[in-house]
Write a protein that binds this ligand. Structure first.
Ligand SMILES: NC(=O)c1ccc[n+]([C@@H]2O[C@H](COP(=O)([O-])OP(=O)(O)OC[C@H]3O[C@@H](n4cnc5c(N)ncnc54)[C@H](OP(=O)(O)O)[C@@H]3O)[C@@H](O)[C@H]2O)c1
Length: 313
């Protein structure tokens, strides 16, 4: 297993050229109905995997599935839809049951909401932290036993380059005293990165074969930005995405590199670099805030307490 120390920035061109044939392998993609999750799902089933996708809007997810099955002329069983609401512990458990107890080779923790108005989960936790981090934490706990017997088993957490400017503030997860939609989103993405790094540390200490990666899409032109509560922010972000953003296909290269490339290591944060249309994959060392062991331990404990799911502790 690769040590977590002294990682070197790595740039890979055409990183999927030698991606393995995934025939017979099983993958789960959360949020596989839209944007980056849909692109990830297409790439995996095109290489032969059977994929389970989960999202809240099951009609939209079913439409996305039917479209991919028809487009790629696949047997119906290669792409399975199961309802998933990451803010609801019962839904997460039911989704994990629907995934089944056969070996799993890849778990892509992709689903997310961004910069939404203040809402809370059943326990009073701000909804972006609850959805983007806590829900995925719990799902990982449910599915980890099935990844252990997988082939080159990987967990890929989709975060954002915005994590570097975020503060975790675990003592104010309700955000009731002060709420900024953008700050809460960045906090959830910081939690994603800390989770991915700490999970890799714990998996590595155990000596098994499952590996945890973190990746990001840069800025991608997806429906994610349409939910900002402020019209001005929606217009501004839409304009910025048109100018500097990538379409979901090229933006997804870091996620797919983390999922499939044999040279990719979990010690780096994988994202796109260079060309808007055919980017390289760039693995960058994590910022110090992502690998502070005291912060990671505090996040882990809090996540276990709030989700009721224990992972490698
Ligand atoms: N787009 C960007 O510029 C950008 C930049 C940095 C990071 N990212 C990250 O990339 C990931 C994918 O985002 P995207 O841009 O592809 O967004 P998107 O097109 O809006 O897709 C989000 C997906 O997440 C699902 N989802 C949302 N809430 C959910 C919940 N409670 N339970 C289960 N599924 C849920 C959505 O389906 P339902 O609504 O049906 O549930 C949808 O399938 C996110 O983690 C995001 O933070 C995106």
């Amino acid at each position: 297993m690769t040590p977590l120390t002294h990682p070197t920035r790595t740039r890979l061109s055409d990183p999927l050229a030698s991606a393995p044939d995934l025939t017979g392998r099983r993958a789960v993609v959360t949020g596989g109905s839209s944007g980056l999750g849909l692109v990830t799902t297409r790439a995996l089933i095109r290489r032969g995997a059977t994929v389970v996708i989960g999202a809240r809007d099951t009609a939209r997810t079913q439409r996305a599935r039917d479209h991919l099955i028809a487009e790629l002329n696949l047997p119906a069983g290669r792409l399975i839809v199961a309802p998933l609401d990451l803010i609801d512990p019962h839904s997460i458990r039911d989704f994990a049951k629907a995934v089944g107890d056969a070996p799993l080779d890849l778990l892509v923790l992709n689903a997310g909401i961004s910069s939404v108005p203040l809402r809370h989960d059943h326990a009073g936790i701000e909804s972006q932290f609850a959805t983007n981090h806590l829900g995925h934490f719990a799902l990982t706990g449910h599915l980890l036993p099935f990844l252990v017997p997988g082939v080159d088993p990987r967990i890929v957490t989709v975060s954002s380059a915005l994590y570097t400017g975020a503060t975790l503030d675990l003592d104010d997860l309700s955000s009731r005293t002060s709420y900024s939609p953008g700050r809460a989103y960045s906090r959830s993405k910081l939690a994603n990165v800390i989770f991915a790094v700490e999970l890799q540390r714990r998996l590595s200490a155990q000596g098994g074969t499952v590996r945890s990666f973190a990746a990001h899409p840069g800025m991608a032109r997806t429906p994610l930005h349409a939910t900002y509560p402020s019209a001005a922010t929606r217009v501004l972000t839409g304009a910025v995405a048109r100018v500097i953003g990538r379409d979901p296909g090229p933006a997804d290269i870091g996620v797919l590199t983390a999922a499939l490339n044999q040279e990719a290591t979990p010690t780096l944060f994988w994202g796109p670099a260079g060309s808007k249309t055919i980017p390289d994959a760039l693995g960058q060392p994590f910022a110090a805030v992502a690998s502070d062991s005291a912060t990671a331990a505090a996040l882990w404990l809090k996540s276990e307490q709030l989700s009721g799911v224990g992972i490698l502790s």
